[in-house]
Design a protein around this ligand. Structure first.
Ligand SMILES: Cc1cc2nc3c(=O)[nH]c(=O)nc-3n(C[C@H](O)[C@H](O)[C@H](O)COP(=O)(O)O)c2cc1C
Length: 166
């Protein structure tokens, strides 16, 4: 490899993304969620989307294991605290979180910009991540508002994305 992991991460960070929380419910009823920015659309017909989950993440076992339903919640700028919550080692991430059932037993975050209720379609090897492909069964267009953005390893609002590399 002709580059360091740090340089690789810095280059990846030049790709500005939105932020989502993927939520699910384990067979024993426990709610789970993880902040991701690896969301991508895959196919229109059938409707497929994907995200990748780190093999070291506590939720990996769920998303790549026995849980075959999940909901991808696209966050608004105002939901940055939820992004922080679902990306930090908090004992009970759900204590103060407003959610409702997505109609398939999966908790859906109230106030999201859009939601994709998915049935797992495929799992692919993605190196130290697993690539989870979901078939979209239901969608929700939620609040109007600005998306939460992630760029250069930091959160941004849509107005403050700088131009150039400075
Ligand atoms: C903006 C942002 C995007 C992230 N994207 C991903 C991602 O796409 N896949 C992933 O596995 N982790 C991602 N993470 C890291 C996880 O959210 C974090 O490691 C989380 O604590 C894992 O939770 P778990 O160990 O309970 O599963 C992201 C974190 C942030 C702040």
């Amino acid at each position: 490899m002709s580059f360091s992991p740090r340089d690789f991460r810095d280059c990846l960070g030049q790709f500005a993304t939105g932020v989502a929380v993927v939520t699910a419910r384990a067979n024993n009823g426990t709610k789970a969620g993880i902040t991701i920015n690896s969301f991508a659309s895959v196919s229109l017909e059938p409707a497929l989307v994907l995200f990748s989950v780190d093999r070291r993440a506590a939720t990996h076992e769920l998303f790549a294991g026995d849980c075959n339903r999940f909901c991808i919640n696209i966050l608004t700028q105002g939901q940055q605290p939820l992004s922080e919550l679902f990306s930090s080692p908090v004992q009970d991430r759900w204590e103060d979180v407003l959610f409702e059932d997505d109609g398939h037993g999966v908790p859906k975050l109230v106030g999201s910009l859009a939601t994709f209720s998915c049935k797992r379609h495929a799992i692919h090897d993605g190196g130290d991540h697993s690539i989870i492909v979901g078939q979209v069964k239901d969608i929700g267009l939620g609040k109007t508002g600005d998306p939460l953005l992630y760029y250069g390893g930091r959160y941004h609002s849509i107005e403050d994305i700088p131009s150039g590399n400075s």
